[in-house]
Write a protein that binds this ligand. Sequence first.
Ligand code: C5P
Length: 230
Amino acid sequence: MNAARRPGLVIAVDGPSGAGKSSTSREVAARIGCAYLDSGSMYRALALWCADHGIAATDPDAVVAAARQLPMEISASATGFAVLLDGMNVTDRLHRPEVSGMVSGYAGIREARNALNARMRAIIADAGRIVVEGRDITTVVAPDADLRVLLQADPARRIARRQAELAGAADARTVTEQVIGRDAVDSASSQFERPADGVVLIDSTELTLQEVVEKVIGLVPAQLRTPDPA
Ligand code: C5P
């Protein structure tokens, strides 16, 4: 694959937890030859690093300093997405319930968001062709993206999906609290409940993953979908 010969393409996918952003974004990226960035993992890495270094979300100055100097490397690949902290691969740790439970507190600190946003934009520019998912990618991080999608689903469906992913590791009440509670806190720092101007709303409540993927790919301008034959 010669990335230099392919047209640039940025696809931004936002939405609440459990709407299917990650599965959809990874699959779209793999199908049309794009890099992939899960911006939530960057917030999770910040929260994990702070917790490991005794920095609480109630100390915003220390969190902002950490966000600016975070020793984080990202492998922005659809098939091998990975996050390294201090050279250690922490990708699997990032989705543990204790990280999910504390990440929103760190993500609510405006200057820490600005620091991570700058890193996201650098990764996007470096990749050229990329699918980026999160909460404020369509509005703040990449408002000029070639395609911007807000992926929604009914709360009951989102809770059911998260529960299936956790395969019985958490009871229904805990999962409900995680999904609905986290969205409520997150909606104070990002607007992902309604599509902004020019953002396409896809409701995945009654759709399979493949149907959502086809819809997103169908929205990509045809000339940006395939490798440039030149
Ligand atoms: O997408 P994921 O659930 O992994 O995101 C984890 C957390 O990171 C969210 O609950 C939110 O607090 C934060 N986040 C954010 N803005 C983004 C992506 C994630 O605030 N663009």
